[in-house]
Structure formats: C-alpha cells, structure tokens
Design a protein around this ligand. Structure first.
Ligand SMILES: Nc1ncnc2c1ncn2[C@@H]1O[C@H](COP(=O)(O)OP(=O)(O)O)[C@@H](O)[C@H]1O
Ligand SMILES: O=P(O)(O)O[C@H]1O[C@H](CO)[C@@H](O[C@H]2O[C@H](CO)[C@@H](O)[C@H](O)[C@H]2O)[C@H](O)[C@H]1O
Length: 502
C-alpha cells in the first residue's frame, strides 16, 4: 500500500482543500471515465467508487485573459472502497473550444464552475502548455507550489519545443528540443523517489550508460513529493524490445531449414550484458554493497512466498505450480543457510528489453523507478544483481515468443475446422523451435557479455538465478492478467519450464 499523499503535503503552497474541490468538482464527471482507461491507472478488484480532489493549482493561463488556455496541476484520490486508494497526478489543459489538432487528447467538458463548458484535455500533449510548464516551474520561485530543481546549469535552455512521446507507459513523457526529457510520475508518493535518487547517484559517479539527471519537479513546502524527473534525452535507433523482436522475427522466418546458429542480434545482446554489468558496477560505487546474512536471505524467501500467495489471488492458473515455485525459492534460501555468500546492492529493479536504448554510443539503461507495483521502501532495499539479470533473461524469452505470435496468420497454424497438413505442422514446429533457440542464444550472449565485462557469471549461481527468474515470471503473470491477458501464456509457459527444470 503506497504511503498516503495527504492534502497537507501539497496544500501549503497549492491552495486549500476547498479551492481544490471548487476547481476540480466540475471536471470530475469527465475525468472519472477517462482515468480508468489510462495505461497508468491501477485496476483494483473493487471498482473505482469515487474520485476525490486532493490538490489543484493553476500553473498557467488565468493571467492571460478570459479565453487563454489554462494549465491546471492536480492530484486526485481514486477510492476503490474504504481501504484501497491510489493518488494520481494530472496536468489538465482547458480551452473554451476543443483544441485544434489535439483530438486524441480530449477528456471531456467541464460541467459548471470557473470553466463551465470548456474542453478539458491531457495537457502533456499540448506543446505550448508543456513549454510553459518547464519555463515557469524552473524559474527561481517555482510556480503554483511546484519547483523544478536543476542539477547542473542554473537554468534550463530557453525556446526548446515540446512534444509528447506517443508511448503509453506507467508514466507520461515529454521531450524538449531533443535535448531534455521530462517524465511526469502518475502515482507520486511523498518521500524519496527511487528513480531520481538512482540517476543522481549514477550521474555523480559519471556512469556513461544512463541518461544524465538534469533536474526533478517537486512540491515546494511541506513534506516533499517528487512529481517528475528531467533528464538528458538520448536519441536512439530503437529500444531493445523493438530491435530484439524484429531480429527474432527474422530469425524465425529465415528460409534455411536448419535453425540458424548466429543472427544479427547476438552481438547486441553481448554488448547489452556488458552495459548492464557497467551499470551494476556504478550502482555499487554510488550506493555501496552488502553481504546478505542467512537471515536476510530467509526474509527474502518469505517475501517471495508472500508475493506468490498474493499472485495466486489474481492468477488462479498459478495454483498447480505453487508448491514447486515455493520449492525453488527455498532451494535458494537453503544454499545461503549452508554458507554460500550473496552480495546485494541497489539494482535497476525492473530491467527488461524495453528499458534499454540502442544509441550511437552503445546501450543505455533507462527507467530506474523499479517495479511499479512494489512499495517504494522495498525498491530501495539492496538486492542481488541476479534479479536484474533474471529480468533481462525473461525479456529474451518474451521477445522470441512475441515475434512468433506476431507472425502473419498465414504463417501460423491454419484456423478453422480443417486439420493442418503434415507440412504445416512441421513448419509450425520449426518456427516454434527457432523462437526458443533465438531466446536461448541471446540469453547466453547476454550473460557472457555480463561476465566478460567484470560482472559475476550468472550461470555460476544457477539456483539463485532460477529462483529469480521464477519470481519475475510470477510478477509478469500478475502484470499480464491485469494489463494484457492475451500475453499471459508467455510467463505461464516459462513458469512451467522453470518448475519442471526444462
Ligand atoms: N532519456 C531518454 N532518452 C530518450 N528516450 C527516452 C528516455 N527515457 C525514456 N525514453 C523513452 O520513453 C519511453 C518511456 O520511458 P520510461 O522511462 O520507460 O517510462 P515509464 O516510467 O512510463 O515506464 C521509453 O520506452 C523510451 O522510448
Ligand atoms: O516498463 P514498465 O515500467 O511500465 O514495466 C511494466 O511493463 C512492462 C511491459 O511494457 C512489463 O514487461 C514485460 O513485458 C515486456 C514486453 O512488453 C517484456 O520485455 C518484459 O520482459 C516483461 O516483464 C514489466 O514487467 C512491467 O513492470
């Protein structure tokens, strides 16, 4: 359960409850149905019962005249029953008429209040308002109770044109002049922020595998709440996921009859392993390392078991594997009890192919926020680096399987009542073998690159690695059940392989 983002965290500068209520109530009928369709909305078992205004402040617009577009910053409390609530951060644009060229950003119309009848829309899509946001919040006094603290230069460059990134992720991202990238955290919490802190530490030790931290947006007054992060924009030829799926598809479709032993991506995977090892070394330099005691490991095994129990509530299909999964976790705990030593440190925490960018300067690792579903305090805990390695290994499996699933229908099994011919069945099995072989090949390349760059050899700790891959696959099963049920078979198949040792 995330820490409560109480009204007082923001009200000091942000206006009182009454003001938030007055500004936001007329917008709620439009905001509620829109919010539940956002990728960053957390779907709880109890449906969304109520949206309550927490804070609101006008960051731009009202001084400009009656019909000037308004930029409204707000926090809402989404209640799913008495005990479960999540806080969401919104940047709402308001205009008297629907904004031209921003049709996809429209949320609805205000019903009453100061902007009665005005169109409200997702302001991160409006370059004018985003440019204003950067300019105003990074000024000496901040704006509306928000302030952008900068790490290097005393001011941000002026005149950078803003554009929203079309990717729908856990947060929302705006790029300024292909120099800076601003990420607005959708579910901010009071207290330290794992991504801001990780990037600050890594920037200080001059890690060259990450975007440098340029600043962070936070509340000004009261207990600080980090609301967003400003970092170096990294021009890339693609992220690891796009490139891997492309290459896996090529390998699966290859016209040769035998399984290709090499493909264009293995060298990239090796280099990626080396880049991740470099990031781990920098994280250790910035934040230190510890040796886990057998008690620490036992506590982690308990935690894995608790997570598994929680996962069973969401994905009952895990039930037949639960006993063996628990066994894999305990195997790891037993080794620590017998004196095998495990070191732990700050890690990335949610590493997968979508979190790495291929740039002219090699691979860069982004998004150090950790697994969004985990409590923040847990994301700060030192962890074995193998957890990140396991995350990336799972991702190679996903890429192979996704490339296979995305093949045009004609290349897959014939649908319908007609049985597939022997030739079709052979082709299907060949493609499926190739997808698997692609993953295995690239997993090996990744781990050998990791070890060659000075990281430990992940295959020297097979029991721990298997436990962490299983843990990740369980996390993924929950994630897929909640967000993309069609993808659930990918982690489920991996769980089956992991527990039956194949
Ligand atoms: N520093 C950066 N430079 C260039 N593109 C980036 C950078 N950081 C993120 N991106 C792009 O934005 C997308 C979303 O970023 P990410 O940090 O993964 O967001 P989220 O926290 O919402 O998951 C990434 O997949 C990548 O395409
Ligand atoms: O990038 P996020 O922080 O939003 O991470 C979440 O979403 C990811 C999906 O976008 C999810 O990753 C899973 O799917 C990926 C393919 O889309 C795959 O490469 C990863 O291996 C797999 O875990 C991630 O788990 C979730 O936290």
């Amino acid at each position: 359960m995330p820490a409560t983002l109480c009204a007082t965290c923001l009200n000091a500068q942000h206006g009182d409850d009454l003001q938030a209520d007055g500004l936001l109530r007329p917008l709620l009928p439009a905001l509620l149905p829109w919010l539940v369709t956002r990728r960053w909305f957390t779907h709880e078992q109890g449906h969304l019962e109520e949206l309550r205004p927490v804070s609101a402040s006008v960051l731009d617009g009202e001084q400009g005249g009656d019909r000037t577009p308004v930029l409204l910053h707000s926090l809402l409390d989404a209640r799913h029953g008495a005990d479960v609530s999540h806080h969401y951060q919104l940047l709402v644009g308001l205009r008297p008429e629907p904004p031209e060229g921003l049709g996809r950003a429209v949320i609805g119309r205000a019903q009453g209040g100061r902007w009665d009848g005005w169109t409200l829309y997702e302001a991160t899509e409006d370059h004018e308002l985003m440019e204003r946001l950067l300019e105003r919040t990074s000024g000496p006094g901040g704006e509306g109770g928000l302030r952008m603290s900068l790490t290097g230069a005393p001011t941000v460059p002026t005149g950078l044109s803003a554009r929203a990134l079309a990717v729908e992720q856990s947060n929302s991202t705006v790029v300024f002049g292909d120099q800076l990238l601003f990420k607005l955290f959708r579910q901010p919490e009071p207290g330290p922020h794992p991504e801001t802190d990780a990037l600050r530490g890594l920037t200080q030790v001059h890690c060259r595998r990450i975007p440098g931290l340029a600043g962070w947006l936070h509340t000004d007054g009261g207990e600080p709440v980090v609301l967003g992060i400003l970092e170096e924009f990294l021009p890339a030829r693609g992220d690891g996921w796009q490139l891997a799926v492309e290459q896996a598809a090529e390998s699966i479709n290859c016209s040769l009859r035998s399984v290709p032993v090499l493909d264009c991506f293995t060298e990239d995977s090796r280099a990626l392993g080396a880049a991740v090892a470099e990031v781990h070394a920098s994280l250790a330099q910035a934040f230190g390392q510890i040796t886990l005691t057998p008690e620490d490991v036992a506590a982690q095994v308990d935690q894995l078991r608790r997570e598994l129990r929680a996962a069973l509530q969401v994905v009952p299909q895990l039930e037949p594997y639960a006993g063996r999964l628990g066994g894999l976790y305990e195997d790891w705990g037993r080794l620590a009890g017998r004196g095998l030593q495990y070191t732990a440190q700050r890690i990335h925490g949610d590493l997968h192919l979508g979190q790495v960018l291929s740039t002219e300067d090699g691979w860069k690792v982004i998004d150090f926020e950790g697994e969004p579903a985990r409590p923040v305090a847990e994301r700060y805990q030192p962890q074995p680096v193998l957890r990140d390695v396991a995350g990336m290994l799972r991702s190679f499996d996903y890429a192979g399987q996704q490339a296979l699933a995305a093949l045009p229908k004609a290349a897959q099994v014939a649908d319908g009542p007609l049985a597939e011919s022997a030739e079709q069945a052979a082709a299907r099995m060949r493609r499926s073998r190739r997808a698997y072989a692609w993953s295995v090949r690239n997993r090996r390349a990744f781990t050998s690159g990791y070890a060659a760059a000075g990281g430990m050899d992940p295959y020297c700790q097979p029991v721990a690695l298997r436990a962490f891959e299983a843990e990740k696959a369980v996390y993924e099963a929950v994630y897929e059940a909640q967000h993309r049920p069609d993808w659930l078979p990918i982690p489920m198949a991996a769980i089956q392989r992991l527990v039956f040792g194949r």
